[in-house]
Design a binder for this molecule. Sequence first.
Ligand code: 5GP
Ligand code: MG
Ligand code: MG
Length: 184
Amino acid sequence: TPLSTSGDPRLRGRAVKRVAFDEQAIATRVRELGDQITASYPDGELLVLGLLKGSFVFLADLVREIKRPLHVDFLVASSYGAGTVSSGNVQLVYDPKTELAGKHILLVEDIVDSGRTLQVLMDLLRERKPASLEICALLHKHIAEHLSHPVKFVGFDAPHEFLVGYGLDHAEDFRHVPYVASLE
Ligand code: 5GP
Ligand code: MG
Ligand code: MG
């Protein structure tokens, strides 16, 4: 039985306005994405690169639905300035030690909003000469005016609200909430 979100002890007293995607919907969609990704990479080395921290829950579920060999590494990016709007001034705080040249790189992101962060990362990663470079995002707000490369694998079209849960935070809270919701 689903937990009543009004009394969810994970929420620090906050109330859910709307559950955008519940655990069941996420599990079903992640399985479909896994199948799609499996079919898209018939051969070659696949490196799944998770963008921390937001992607960690999604990535953990997703890789277990990809039925082919793969390696996992992470990126930590930091963007400075411009308050809550990402500025495009993105730097790599953790740079994967794994060799990227000649590999199929699948960059895993929690949510694409303006696309600024991803655009900068894609440009940085492309310089390392991967065999291919694609993005898998759990959520896509379809604003993404700063993203030249389409997101190949999208979990859900996201409402234009601030969402938390399943890895997504507000001031580091709510990452462990197993569904995606907007809060009151
Ligand atoms: P972008 O560079 O696409 O504008 O920003 C993307 C990043 O902003 C996401 O990876 C995420 O960290 C954060 N972000 C964008 N929209 C949301 C949202 O609705 N909820 C949360 N928690 N973070 C968001
Ligand atoms: Mg993110
Ligand atoms: Mg955040």
